[in-house]
Structure formats: structure tokens, C-alpha cells
Design a protein around this ligand. Sequence first.
Ligand code: NDP
Length: 297
Amino acid sequence: MKVAFLGLGAIGAPMARHLAPRYELSVWNRTAARATQFAKETDCVAASSPAECARGAAVVITCLPTSREVEGLLDWGEGMFNALDRGATLVDCTSGDPATSRRIAARIATKGVGFIDAPVSGGVSGAMKGTLTIMCGGDEATMARARPILEAFGEKIVLCGPVGAGHAVKAVNQAMLGVHIWALSEGLVALQKAGVSTETALDVINASSGRSNTSMNLFPERVMTRAFPRTFKLALMDKDVRIAADFAREYGVPSPLLQLASELLREARRELGEEADHVETVQVLEKWAGVQLGKKP
Ligand code: NDP
């Protein structure tokens, strides 16, 4: 069975790597050198356009920054839209937005192509291990066709609702992540100013009810070490939290915290730039307060 994968970025590449030994895999990347290198390493085919990549594939997977780029592929060059086979399924692993996905799904349905939004969680390390959580939106019959392929890199795969539901759940998850990073940064900076070391504070919080993945893993591994590896861009988290804030507003849900989190992350992105990692957000709070976490108070 032919599977196509478009978007070999930080998380796309390790996801696609699991597909190469299992399927007849065709890959495409905007920067062609990345696809050529990937194909050489995994013994698959590097396509020269999205249309060539998707042609003849039963399942086409996309993993791009936003839904806008995914929609753009449909008309890229000769157009991936024209190349999709009737009966094929487009699985979008981008952390996208529900409204654009509904539009894409409606358009490709006109030629008998199914759509599943299937954003992932678990980071680059989860992608490498093949243990991602995948939250999906779509109908059950289309999901049944997508699931075996998703199992190559996913461990917990959940159909959350109709098209767009996966993206909505992902956005809310990302909002939680953004809020945790921001709130923990504010709290630890204040504690440091009050003479409590970050090490002591994290030790206590991580044995208490305020703990989170952010306090248990991200801060010890990335902030305490000052390593700040660049695995997931702040620009992408900003985009995700904005999707959550817009989504809540679209449904008329009072959401002051989501709206504020979105504004704060936009400001952090402005200060730190497009290449900064999401955990580097803490450096904005450190700068504002004039302290560095992990240093002796
Ligand atoms: P990267 O920035 O590392 O990669 C982005 C990919 O999209 C690259 O292949 C890039 O191509 C391609 N691309 C960018 N702009 C365009 C465009 N206009 N047209 C076509 N292709 C384009 O992002 P990630 O891999 O980190 O993220 C991809 C998606 O996965 C995002 O939605 C993100 O939110 C989500 N995600 C990421 C996680 C992570 O830990 N990194 C975790 C969970 C979800 P090129 O090589 O040419 O730049």
C-alpha cells in the first residue's frame, strides 16, 4: 500500500521514519534537500511535488505548521487536490484549526476523498519512540482506514468527534501547556526573589497538587540545566493557544484566561523571535524580574 507523507519538520520526520519500513512510502518537503536526505536514509521515495507525492497513495499524511499551509498544498504546482485518488484518505497531523479543516474536508469530499484531523502530542521524543497521543476528528469509517497507519507512530489514538474535534482538543491541551509554563515561571521567579531556591520549590511542587509535566519534566530537564533544546517552537505554541482562544470565542464561551494566555505568548514570541523554543518563555519572566531560575537566591 502506498502512503504519502508531506512535511519532514522536527516532528514530521521522526513520525515518517516509522512508516518507511512498513509501507511503500513517498515523502515531500518544501526544502527538497530534507526529503532527499530522508529518502536516502530510509530507503523511500522523495517526490518532487505534493501532487507527485500523493498520487496513487491510499493515505496521505500532512504535518505542516498550520492549516493554512495544508490548504495551500491542495493547489501547490499542478495541485495535490487533482492528484488525490477517489477513496483515498487525507490525514492531517498538523496542529491546525477546526474551521480550516472543515473547509478542506468539504472540498476533498467532492472527489470522494476522506479527511481526518489527527494532531499529535508527545513531542519529538514521543515521535521517535512511536508513542504519540493522537487526537482525531472525522467519521468512524474514515478513521478505520487511518488508524492502522497512525498506529505506526501513535500509542493512544482517540476519535474525539467530527472533523475539527482533534484540532480543538489539541488546542485546548496546548493552552494548558502554555498556562503551566507561564504560571510556573511567574511563581518560581517570585519564590526565588523571596529566597526559595528553584530546586527546593520544584522538589516540593512535584510532590504536591500543583505539579504538571511542565514542573516534573520540562523545567528540571531544560530550565535547571539551562540547556533549552529547541524541539517545539514558541511560535507554534503561540499559534496553538490562539486557536484555543479563538475556538472558545467562536462558541461564545467566557474565556478570560485563554485570551490572556494567548496575548502573553504572542508578546513572548515578539521578544524571543521565531526560532525560540516554547520553554524559553521562562526567560521573558526572568528578564522582567531580573533573576535567573536555578541560581542561588
Ligand atoms: P517545523 O517548523 O520543524 O517544520 C515545519 C515543516 O513544515 C517543515 O517540513 C517545513 O518545510 C514545512 N513548511 C513550513 N512552511 C511551509 C509552507 N508554506 N508550505 C509547505 N511546507 C511548509 O515544525 P514541527 O515539525 O515542529 O511542527 C509541525 C506541526 O506539528 C505543527 O503544527 C506543530 O504545532 C505540531 N507539533 C509539533 C511538536 C514538536 O514537538 N515539534 C509536537 C506536537 C505537535 P521546510 O523544511 O522547507 O522548512
